[in-house]
Design a protein around this ligand. Sequence first.
Ligand SMILES: [Cu+2]
Length: 540
Amino acid sequence: MKIELISKVVMLAAIAAVGSLRAESNEIKSESKPVKLFVREVPITVLGRTVKVTTIDQSDGVQGYSPEKSDGFHVELVNQLPVPTSIHWHGLILPNLMDGVPYLTQEPIPPGGSYKYDFSLTQSGTYWMHSHYGLQEQQLTSAPMIIRAPAQSKLADAEFTVTLSDFSFTSPQDILKGLTANMRGMHGKSDPKGMNLSNPKNSLIVQQWDAAAKRLVSRQINGPAPDIDVKYDALLANRRTLDDPEVFAVKPAQIVLLRLIAASAATNFFIDTGDLDATIIATDGENVKPLKGNFFQLAVAQRLDLLLTIPASGGVFPILALGEGSTLQTGFLLATSGAEIPKPGLGIRAQQMIGGLDNTQEVHLEAEEPLPDKPVQRSLPSVLGGNMMSYAWTINGARYPNRNSLNVKEGERVELVNRNETGMSHPMHLHGHVFEVTEIDGQKITGANRDTILVPPKSTIKIVFDATNPGVWAYHCHILYHLAAGMFTVLKYEGADTESWQPDKTKAELENPLELGSAGTIWREMTDVVFATEDPAMCN
Ligand SMILES: [Cu+2]
């Protein structure tokens, strides 16, 4: 009750603030009151077991933050965890010291501490936020961030944002221990490279380009399953499993926009829209030329905006997210009024194993607004190395922490040549910039604009951007355990302030982890104290 009252007051205040801002145009935007975002523990129930995870939410319970582009970004981040944290605003072009990477752009925020972030926004679309501290991302320290602008609201009759995650009852510390100790069959569940090759006859679902129809579809092949790092217990869509999915109400003939965010720690997805034809209209928040199909790729940390039309006859339409190299699936339902929701819901496991992501989709993506013509002035190598056995993952032969850097000068047109020498794919994320994908395995393209590019095994992908945002920026693999095991470097502008860059301290992030993974006493203790007297809906 108390919480409801407070949230109403806050909402009224927020409405009043937005109203006055609008009335007085953009002039007072620098005085916008910051929105408080709380990083805190919450219980969720997965497969009948209730465990503690984390969330990033506002005082009214809304997850994440979705500002108007014209208002700018104004957040006071409050750390209510018992350990330090640091939240990164994934995909945003922002001032270097606002980027939220501990020991690179700021000190971690201690328990009970807070930190203010203020900057103007140059982008709009589907973004997200997540902890960049230790292994917190695996414990769902992440949330959506939709940047609103007039262009965004005209896209569809209705829109739904869905955050996809991977979930394990094993703590991330134990998962990492299992991977680095390479203890096969442990509950940490490492899957050493080559293990799947022993069974090359797997029947797999993969993506295919239907050249005649110009569509992305699925097909079945026989082959070795792709290597994956972690065998998860479940995949989640908006923190729910597919046996109890979220149901979004839609209307017959409605045009619907799906904003899909791969907030997973280590799982790449295929998105299956089933009977509904869909069109990709944006990747990583950046518009692309429309690309149709019903089976799409979405790698760790990427976003996909899909437009689809609900049939005039109505019905229930499952949208599935299938986990690469596994049989796990998650998803949600689009349902028109009166349509019968299947009970029990869909299973959390697919009928068939899901194959590997590749370049099938990427070579067909085309930026709506490509970079202006200009020759590349600096080409830098990014050789991705390592393997599952040693579990040492490298960029240009080195494991982080180190003081190596990819060096650029402000104003240059820069190319990064990602050459993946490993047997696994790596979703490579550049902070503070948007790049264009310009070449895939020798084929020149005017590809998508992105902040995260999946580089499949043995592939070479060139990306190009203009160095117009000075600083020291993270460039890393977004598979959490590859990142923790060294696949991280920095893009350094000549003359940049390196005062906050303290690579030697990053090891400390793994020293006092959150103890949230296991059910039982920890959870009971917490719920008795914190949640016992509140609305049970909060525990969903
Ligand atoms: Cu990687």
